[in-house]
Design a protein around this ligand. Structure first.
Ligand SMILES: NC(=O)c1ccc[n+]([C@@H]2O[C@H](COP(=O)([O-])OP(=O)(O)OC[C@H]3O[C@@H](n4cnc5c(N)ncnc54)[C@H](OP(=O)(O)O)[C@@H]3O)[C@@H](O)[C@H]2O)c1
Length: 395
């Protein structure tokens, strides 16, 4: 009798990108409250051994892998679980649970975002790239009855809280202040940035994250992407969104109101807090994450970002303001450039150069369908790969 009651209260959960940094932390949140969530779907790229461990612990009904070989390997090692691969399987899986966590990295997460919202699910969105590349088409499906988008990015989770879950009047907002740690090169001189190594760039001062977002944080492209994300999530103009460097990563973002009041959200840097905020919303988790020890918190400092040292931030503002498919171009160019850097094909400084040169070949195109976004993404990738070859070729 008691068991029946517990099952009825459980929320069915799908976790896309379950083997990654956010995915694993989402499973930590679930572990802390096993009676609240029933994990029905797990999805990952190619990490078969980790997903097999997760399958045996969480017993999902449906597993999706990025490619057929990985799916076959998982299928051969499990029983009683449906295992598929590819975009159509991602779409099918994204509509099958009440709550969908999209923690896939990169543009590959777009089908999950689209299908979760289109089928009226609550979407806990970590995969910012889908919202940035597909902003206008995501906005259309966001209006589907029952759908709800709760941000997982710590800055947007903070803004969501400061804006009372979006129930603040637009004309009361003076500024959204998006905080940034500043990354590992905040104190480096401009001329030293030519010598950045992969190891330097992968050493984030305050957060432990997947490799792509760690590199994005080092170039401040992550902050640029978050500016576009804030515009898409909260419908505010780019002039209203300001980036503030805050090296301690304790203030996760702030809203300045027209009367001069500023409301901020504070917690220690622990992604399990924004993840659990999204999982339990509008309630709060009973498990504390990132609790502040006030006697150890000696200082909170704030600075203006240096756009000469970090041109990616400027490029992101420009693409965001251009709108339509420009953010999809920016996102794809960035994904190609970061991958090329991680493969030692270009230097850290050349990441922004590749993106800037790619954006020079962008010509206006409307973002009026999913196809237009996929075309923009593909065109930008082609242009960016050409730039990478040119930059790499000059030695
Ligand atoms: N990490 C953070 O603290 C943080 C904070 C804020 C926002 N975010 C955002 O959250 C997202 C995930 O970041 P992360 O740091 O967790 O990345 P990550 O550690 O690299 O994990 C990425 C996940 O995506 C999976 N994946 C890759 N390609 C896939 C595909 N085609 N289909 C299905 N799954 C696929 C990976 O599977 P495999 O393991 O098999 O490759 C892995 O599970 C990013 O958009 C990032 O910007 C992350």
């Amino acid at each position: 009798m008691l068991l029946d009651k517990v099952e009825i209260l459980m929320t069915s959960l799908a976790i896309f990108g379950s083997t990654g940094s956010i995915g694993r932390q989402t499973l930590d949140v679930v572990r802390a409250d096993r009676e609240a969530f029933d994990v029905k779907v797990l999805a990952a790229g190619t990490s078969t051994s980790l997903i097999l461990e997760q399958i045996s612990e969480f017993n999902p009904e449906f597993v999706v892998m990025a490619d057929k070989d990985s799916a076959r390997e998982v299928r051969n090692s499990t029983s009683g679980v449906k295992v598929s691969s590819g975009d159509s399987a991602l779409r099918e899986a994204a509509s099958s649970s009440e709550l969908v966590v999209n923690a896939v990295v990169g543009f590959a997460g777009l089908p999950v975002t689209m299908e979760a919202l289109r089928s009226g699910r609550r979407l806990a969105l970590a995969n910012k790239e889908s919202l940035i590349a597909g902003g206008p088409i995501v906005q259309k499906v966001r209006g589907t009855l029952g759908s709800e988008l709760i941000p997982v990015d710590s800055e947007h989770c903070a803004l969501h809280q400061c804006l009372h879950g979006g129930r603040t009047y637009d004309d009361e907002i003076h500024k959204l202040l998006v905080t940034a740690s500043g990354g590992p090169f905040r104190e480096w001189h401009l001329e030293d940035l030519a010598n950045v190594t992969k190891e330097d760039a992968l050493k984030h001062p305050t957060w432990n994250m997947g490799p792509k977002i760690t590199i994005d944080s080092s170039t401040l492209m992550n902050k640029g992407l978050e500016v576009i994300e804030a515009h898409e999530l909260f419908g505010v103009s780019y002039e209203t969104i300001e980036v503030v460097i805050h090296p301690q990563s304790v203030v996760h973002s702030m809203v300045e109101f027209t009367d001069g009041s500023v409301i901020a959200q504070l917690s220690m840097p622990d992604m399990r807090l924004p993840i659990s905020y999204a999982l339990y919303y509008p309630k709060r988790s009973q498990t504390p994450h990132g609790q502040i020890k006030w006697d150890e918190l000696t200082q909170l400092t704030f600075e203006t970002p240096d756009m000469d040292k970090f041109p990616c931030l400027k490029l992101a503002y420009e693409a965001g303001k251009a709108g339509e498919t420009a953010p999809a171009w920016l996102n794809a160019a960035n994904e190609v450039a970061v991958e090329a850097f991680l493969q030692d094909r270009i230097s850290w400084k050349e990441i922004s150069e590749v993106i800037e040169r790619t954006m020079q070949s962008y010509s206006d195109a409307l973002a009026d369908s999913e196809q237009s976004i996929y075309e923009a993404d593909a065109s930008s990738r082609r242009a960016a790969m050409k730039c990478v070859s040119q930059v790499h070729g000059r030695g």
